[in-house]
Design a protein around this ligand. Structure first.
Ligand code: HEC
Ligand code: HEC
Length: 293
């Protein structure tokens, strides 16, 4: 904040508060004159209510005075008056850091104990799973869904079908280091649209066996086999999905398969190691492991 703006705010605020204070004192001194009282005889409402310039009741005025005092105290102690930080040196960051430190002191030892326990064992520990559930709700649901069921482009974590692997160590690694599945765009390797259509049909029929009569077969065996395997089963080391199960990351329709081949895909699971640390990652791995077992 520029210092001119800061002074503008400080002066504006202080002058308004002093003016309010003066207004309270001033109205307190006003008394209806005898002339006014006489005149008011002519307009009386609801039988006995008269309009007169008398001060507000004292308790009401005191509410104003206390509000002003409280406001002044607040502005003295907390940031609010322009760039003045307040005598209490309160900041959002300080408060946040204090709360984080308090939470660390409280939960750190619990997490550390869980962090030293093997995933399989934790997956049977209801206290760890409860914590895992709330960690999952904090860090994972926006992509994997509240029940871990996933969505288009975001894998289902409950179905026992894995891009990278469902053993404890691999799940933990997915969480800590993240994953990036790279399906290269391959439009350029097809001579024309019809050749792409044929590849799409080939992929759609692969679950019934590799159709060596198809004109796409040769292309699959040279281009796709390295990642999706000779039988279409996929390759977990690369996160290349099986094309012969009926679980699809992006969709089984001809249009989606075509898009996967022509434009490529790049699903990214962000690395969470730095964000949540190894102990929470261990608890989450146990939670995810439990979801699918
Ligand atoms: C920004 C979205 C996003 C968030 C947040 C996210 N994930 Fe993921 N996750 C993905 C995507 C996308 C993939 C698939 C990557 C790919 O296509 O190769 C994935 C993959 C995974 C996998 C591997 C699945 C397999 O089949 O091998 C696991 C395990 C996983 N996530 C767990 C988690 C957990 C636990 C959290 C919370 C700490 C989390 N994810 C948060 C998007 C996300
Ligand atoms: C370099 C390795 C690689 C090659 C080569 C490759 N793919 Fe892929 N493919 C992947 C990966 C990895 C994914 C998952 C992408 C993601 O996680 O976002 C994928 C995804 C797909 C999907 C989407 C699957 C789904 O579940 O929605 C289809 C369809 C597909 N590939 C077909 C092919 C075909 C056909 C070829 C050959 C023309 C091919 N791929 C070549 C690595 C490869």
């Amino acid at each position: 904040m520029s210092s001119a703006l800061s002074w503008y705010i400080i002066i504006g605020t202080v002058v308004s508060m002093l003016a309010c204070f003066w207004l309270v004192v001033w109205t307190n001194r006003q008394r209806a004159s005898t002339e006014e009282i006489k005149e008011s005889e002519s307009h009386v409402w609801d039988e006995n209510v008269r309009e007169l310039n008398n001060p507000l009741p004292m308790w009401w005025l005191w509410l104003f005075v206390m509000t002003l005092i409280w406001g002044g105290g607040y502005l003295l102690f907390y940031p609010g008056l322009g760039a003045f930080g307040g005598l209490g040196s309160w900041t959002q960051e300080n408060q946040y850091n204090q709360e984080v430190m308090a939470a660390e002191a409280k939960y750190g030892p619990i997490f550390a104990a869980f962090g030293a326990t093997p995933v399989e064992q934790l997956a049977g520990d209801s206290a760890a799973l409860d914590i895992g559930k709330s960690l999952f709700a904090n860090y994972c649901v926006q992509c994997h869904g509240s029940a871990g069921l996933g969505a288009r482009g975001f894998p289902n974590l409950t179905d026992g079908d894995w891009l990278y692997g469902g053993d404890p160590a691999t799940i933990e690694q997915s969480i800590l280091q993240g994953r990036s599945g790279v399906m290269p765009p391959l439009a350029a390797v097809f001579s024309d649209d019809a050749a792409i259509d044929e590849m799409v049909r080939y992929v759609q029929n692969m679950a019934d066996g590799m159709d060596s009569a198809s004109s796409a077969h040769g292309k699959y065996m040279t281009l796709c086999i390295a990642c999706h395997g000779a039988d279409g089963n996929g390759l977990q080391a690369l996160g290349a999905p099986s094309l012969i199960d009926d679980i699809w990351l992006y969709g089984s329709s001809a249009a989606e398969i075509r898009k996967s081949i022509v434009e490529g895909r790049n699903g990214v699971m962000p690395a969470h190691g730095n964000l949540i640390g190894p102990d929470r990652a261990r608890i989450l791995a146990a939670y995810v492991y439990n979801l699918s077992h």
